[in-house]
Design a protein around this ligand. Structure first.
Ligand SMILES: [Zn+2]
Length: 305
C-alpha cells in the first residue's frame, strides 16, 4: 500500500508540475484517498487554522505553530523546524486539501500540550505533608522468603527496595513507617496492624517472586479481591510506573494475601520480579536498578496521596 501510494504521489506531483501550479486537479479531492481539508487536519491535531493565504496555511494551538507551504515543493515547518515536503496540495473551490499522511508526521513534532493557567486562578497545591505511608518489606528474620537463582534471599532485596522507597518519600515530606528496618521476623497480622494503628493513607508491601520454572519473569501488582477504589488506583499507578524500569508487566491481579485483607486502608502488594529467573535475579540485586525500581514506586505513591 505505501509503495502504491508513493507512485500515486509521484504521479500527482508530476501532473501538477506539468499542468502549472494553479490548474485545478484532474480529479475531485473527495475521490482521492488520503486528502483532507486543512480544517479537518487542524481538528485531528488539536489545533486551529489561524491564518491562510496563497502561500501557506498556519495552524496553531497554545504550544505549537505549524506552517504548511502549499506551492509544489513546499515544506512543512513545526515550531520553526522544517520537517520536510508538504507533498500534494489541492485547492478546488478555494478549499485547501492536504495529504492525510502529513498528520502523524506533524504530530510527532508537536510539543506536548500544557494547559495555561487562567489569570486569577491559583491551582490547589497538593502536598504530601501529613500523609502517612507504610512500606512493608516482606519476610525477614527466620522467614527468608524465596531463594534467588544466585543464592541470596528475598527478604534481603525486599528490605533494600523498601528502604529506598522510604527514603524518597521522606524527602517529599511524607511520614513513612517501615514495618521492619532490619532483618527481623514480623507476623503478617502485625504488619497490617501497624498500618491500621497509624491510619495509613497507603500500605505497600514489597516482595519478589519465585517459580519452579526459570522462564517466569516480570513484576506483578496485587490487591485484595474486595479492594477499594483507592487500592485499585494505587495499584494501577504503581503498575504503570514500573514499566519505566524495563521489566515486563504481568498486570494487576487480586489475591487474598493476609496483609491486603487485614489492612483497613488502601493496600497494594508488589512482586518486583522473579528471583528464580537468572537475569532478573542478577538485575534485582543491583543497587542502581533497585534505585530505579524504588524511584518508580515512590513516584506512583506520591501521585496517590
Ligand atoms: Zn515474598
Amino acid at each position: 500500500m505505501p509503495r502504491i501510494y508513493s507512485w500515486f504521489l509521484a504521479l500527482c506531483t508530476l501532473l501538477t508540475a506539468l499542468s502549472g501550479c494553479h490548474a485545478p486537479p484532474a480529479s475531485t479531492p473527495s475521490s482521492v484517498p488520503y486528502m483532507i481539508t486543512v480544517n479537518q487536519a487542524a481538528v485531528r491535531l488539536g489545533m486551529q487554522v489561524s491564518f491562510t493565504n496563497g502561500r501557506y496555511v498556519e495552524l496553531t494551538n497554545t504550544s505549537n505553530r505549524v506552517l504548511i507551504f502549499t506551492h509544489p515543493g513546499g515544506n512543512v515547518f513545526v515550531n520553526g523546524k522544517n520537517i520536510g515536503l508538504a507533498g500534494v496540495v489541492q485547492r478546488p473551490g478555494g478549499q485547501i486539501y492536504i495529504s492525510e499522511l502529513l498528520i502523524p508526521r506533524i504530530r510527532s513534532h508537536l510539543a506536548a500540550y500544557t494547559p495555561q493557567p487562567q489569570p486569577g486562578y491559583t491551582p490547589p497545591v497538593v502536598r504530601p505533608i501529613g500523609r502517612t505511608v507504610v512500606i512493608d518489606a516482606g519476610h525477614g528474620g527466620k522467614d527468608p522468603g524465596a531463594t534467588s537463582y544466585l543464592g541470596y534471599y528475598e527478604k534481603e532485596v525486599n528490605l533494600k527496595v523498601a528502604q529506598k522507597i522510604a527514603w524518597r518519600l521522606k524527602n517529599e515530606g511524607v511520614q513513612v513507617i517501615l514495618t521492619r528496618n532490619n532483618d527481623t521476623f514480623i507476623e503478617l497480622n502485625d504488619r497490617a496492624d501497624i498500618a491500621n494503628r497509624a491510619r495509613a493513607d497507603l500500605f505497600v508491601s514489597i516482595h519478589h517472586n519465585s517459580h519452579n520454572s526459570r522462564v517466569h519473569r516480570g513484576y506483578t501488582i496485587y490487591i485484595a479481591p474486595n479492594a477499594s477504589d483507592a487500592s485499585r488506583r494505587a495499584g494501577r499507578l504503581i503498575e504503570r510506573a514500573l514499566a519505566s524500569t524495563g521489566l515486563s508487566s504481568n498486570g494487576m491481579r487480586t489475591n487474598d494475601f493476609r496483609v491486603l485483607m487485614r489492612t483497613q486502608g488502601p493496600a497494594v502488594l508488589v512482586e518486583c520480579g522473579y528471583l528464580s529467573n537468572p537475569s532478573e535475579a542478577a538485575i534485582l540485586y543491583d543497587g542502581d536498578f533497585q534505585n530505579q525500581l524504588a524511584g518508580a514506586i515512590a513516584q506512583a505513591i506520591l501521585q496517590t496521596l
